[in-house]
Design a protein around this ligand. Structure first.
Ligand SMILES: Nc1nc2c(c(=O)[nH]1)N[C@H]1C(S)=C(S)[C@@H](COP(=O)(O)O)O[C@H]1N2
Ligand SMILES: [Mo]
Length: 477
């Protein structure tokens, strides 16, 4: 069954939710209730639970998470020296340097942050995740239980925001103007969600979904909720509580986030406080509140590939295939792809854009970069030093940590002095390569065709290699 979104809201949701949030924030400041919002998040209460007492009695000076104390702590920039800050509140920041994309592991300080609402400050002792829906017994899981009652797993995962590369869309689309830096490769450690579902008798039939909700939405705002297909949940999805072997920072989801290996960042719900087993995605009246898309906003309306001619995204209870690139090819069945697994992409990390470099005594420059392909393996990377006219094959080096992790590549270039445009092109194990450019909106593409990535209203999933080119200068060695 398909629902048509007819309200014509096709703008990227980022701006919209940020401004609604700020309005709400101003209102809360005016009523002295901001501390109550922080306390609400800290206690892990969902919108369904009563928050009357806390919001009406707390004042900023009584709460440990009140704004005055927060403002005396380190700034976002001090905490994340490797990031370029796009917005301080909610926190949105990307890797500032191409050099991040020469290393295997991205340190926390260089791993992008993408928030729709300010990061909640959470007391781990108080935090619970409720498991509801199609389960034998509904339960509230403590962090203690999540960490110590189930097996522990680690996965190296390249996390990338669906909006990475949005800045290169022409004409420009709204939202944070991410260029290349909203991607990082990190070791995440946590508990397999399958183990929890097994313990509590979750119905894991094929075709079911686990809808996972974040505890960051201020009262009255849409909940950050994503419906993950059960097959992926059973395969390798974690409730992660460590990033690179350390507790994750508040901004990256402390104390616990969903980790969906190989899939776009938006599936990796942070500050998880509820998991609901259901037989479809969140959709329709049951998950909305009148005009408010309470749980459906980020599943059904946002993070969809919407060409210029569509007023909005067509909504589905389920789709026949989850692989994003395949969804984009099956437009007879799926009008607007959902951002699930990532598509093949690569980035050059050295030389950096605008850099002047000197060849070694043998006259060579080693071009370095990284390449990934979601939960598919990346098969080859080619590098061009003449702006995409001719390509030579690069070689992989460094750790191979499974399909969900990027690979480092090098390309030895016999370079003579001059000005150059370098590009890289990755191909996944199914033979699917990055396209060259982004289409014009008038072309109304829905999938990758004629070596073009479809321009789309949300500015999502840009894998085109030409806009990611690095211009550099080679000097006399
Ligand atoms: N609860 C919640 N989870 C969230 C988000 C959010 O705003 N709220 N942003 C999502 C998006 S769009 C991305 S790209 C990733 C970013 O994770 P990071 O900030 O750790 O890089 O978190 C996802 N999980
Ligand atoms: Mo994202």
């Amino acid at each position: 069954m398909a629902y048509q979104n007819t309200d014509g809201n096709t703008k990227d949701s980022d701006e919209e939710s940020a401004s609604r949030f700020l309005k709400r924030r101003r209102f809360l400041h005016a009523t002295g209730a901001v501390a109550g919002v922080a306390a609400l998040a800290g206690c892990g209460q969902t919108q369904d639970e009563s928050t009357e007492t806390e919001t009406s009695t707390a004042t900023p000076t009584e709460s440990p998470t009140a704004t005055p104390e927060q403002e005396t702590g380190p700034s976002l920039q001090e905490k994340y020296p490797g990031l370029e800050i796009l917005s301080p509140e909610p926190e949105n920041a990307q890797a500032a340097q191409r050099e991040t994309y020469t290393h295997f592991i991205t340190p926390r300080e260089e791993h992008y942050i993408r928030n729709h609402y300010p990061s909640p400050q959470i007391d781990e002792q108080e935090w619970t995740i409720s498991l509801t829906g199609l389960v034998d017994s509904e339960v509230d899981l403590s962090m203690e239980e999540i960490k110590h009652s189930f097996s522990t797993e680690s996965v190296t995962h390249t996390m990338q925001c669906s909006g990475n590369g949005r800045a290169y869309f022409e004409p420009q689309v709204g939202g944070n103007q991410w260029s290349f830096g909203a991607v990082g490769n990190t070791v995440w450690t946590g508990t397999p969600v399958s183990a929890i579902l097994e313990q509590y008798g979750g119905n894991t039939s094929e075709g079911n979904f686990l809808s996972v909700m974040g505890g960051d939405a201020p009262e009255g705002e849409d909940i950050f909720c994503r419906s993950i297909p059960m097959q992926k949940v059973l395969d390798d999805t974690l409730l992660a509580y460590e990033m690179n072997g350390a507790p994750m920072s508040a901004e990256h989801g402390f104390p616990v986030r969903l980790l969906v290996p190989g899939w776009y960042g938006n599936n990796n719900v942070k500050w998880v406080n509820r998991m609901h087993v259901m037989d479809k995605m969140v959709i329709g009246d049951e998950w909305e509140d009148g005009d408010q898309r309470l749980y459906t906003h980020w599943q059904q309306y946002s993070y969809r590939v919407i060409p210029e001619e569509d007023d909005g995204a067509e909504q589905y209870e389920d789709i026949p295939v989850y692989d994003t690139r395949e969804q984009m090819n099956r437009t007879d069945e799926i009008r607007n792809a959902y951002m699930y697994d990532q598509m093949a992409k690569s980035l050059i990390g050295y030389p950096g854009a605008g850099q002047t470099v000197t060849p070694n005594p043998a006259g060579q420059i080693e071009v370095l970069g990284v390449a990934w392909a979601g939960d598919d393996r990346v098969d080859t990377v080619e590098v061009s030093t003449d702006g995409g006219d001719t390509f030579g094959e690069a070689e992989f080096f460094g750790p191979a940590a499974g399909p969900n992790s990027w690979r480092q590549f090098r390309y030895v270039w016999d370079a003579s002095p001059g000005e150059y445009t370098l590009v890289s092109r990755a191909t996944d194990e199914q033979g699917r390569s990055q396209p060259s450019t982004i289409s014009a909106p008038e072309e109304q593409l829905r999938g990758i065709e004629n070596d073009k990535f479809p321009w789309n209203k949300g500015g999502y999933a840009n894998t085109a290699y030409m806009p990611h080119a690095v211009d550099c200068t080679v000097e006399e060695g």
